[in-house]
Design a protein around this ligand. Structure first.
Ligand SMILES: CC(C)(COP(=O)(O)OP(=O)(O)OC[C@H]1O[C@@H](n2cnc3c(N)ncnc32)[C@H](O)[C@@H]1OP(=O)(O)O)[C@@H](O)C(=O)NCCC(=O)NCCS
Length: 186
């Protein structure tokens, strides 16, 4: 089967959220996501603000979500950036797979610290997986998160992902979880 890369939607709405592509007004929020030590605790630590600003100003905020399946999570009412989410493909060259060929759909999410604890990551992930399930053939989706990242593991379990193993990457133990895409069919 020739794999469709990921879902084609560029905007997805849910009760409280709009998943959309990034624009210049997202600059501050996007910078916060990669410079906040708490948000980056299990993602390799915060990046230096100056480097991040230079990068974003060189490539433009829109470039950060230009790949298919990559979104800003925005507040449906205010359009303010809450976080980012991606449903892309996990390169076969990296560890952590549930199929022989790799390149599975992979879900990842990052929310601003102020947005944690309100079910917004769950809502965003459900909306994207549901949209993908409506468009793509059934296939495994993988989710990789550090085993120390309890919040992310709780979210993965709430979404219906089951943990199938652990492996080492970036000097940390990673939990590999998976779910079938069509489990999210609306
Ligand atoms: C991982 C992360 C997205 C989880 O965010 P989160 O807000 O805890 O996740 P959820 O959307 O599932 O929200 C669940 C929380 O909202 C609460 N909640 C409130 N209203 C809710 C609702 N309507 N629906 C569901 N949960 C709700 C739940 O009780 C739960 O709170 P608790 O964990 O304090 O018990 C966030 O911690 C984060 O951005 N971390 C940094 C980035 C990262 O590590 N990403 C993982 C790499 S893939």
């Amino acid at each position: 089967m020739i794999q469709v890369p990921t879902l084609s939607a560029t905007e997805i709405a849910s009760d409280r959220l709009l998943l959309r592509k990034a624009h210049s007004a997202d600059r501050e929020g996007l910078i916060e996501l990669v410079t906040d030590p708490e948000v980056r605790a299990y993602l390799g630590g915060p990046r230096p603000r100056g480097d991040v600003e230079r990068h974003i100003d060189a490539v433009g905020a829109a470039a950060l979500t230009s790949p298919p399946g990559s979104f800003v999570i925005a507040d449906l009412t205010t359009d303010e950036l809450i976080g980012t989410l991606a449903l892309d493909r996990r390169s076969a060259e990296r560890p952590g797979h549930v199929t022989e060929d790799g390149e599975e759909l992979e879900l990842s999410y990052v929310l601003r610290r102020s947005a944690w604890g309100a079910g917004l990551a769950f809502e965003a992930a459900t909306a994207v997986l549901r949209a993908a399930a409506g468009e793509l053939p059934d296939q495994p989706v993988v989710l990789v998160t550090q085993t120390a990242n309890q919040r992310s593991l709780r979210l993965a379990a709430r979404l219906g992902f089951r943990q199938v193993g652990t492996f080492a990457e970036f000097g940390a133990e990673q939990a590999l979880s998976t779910a079938n895409l069509h489990a999210f069919t609306a």
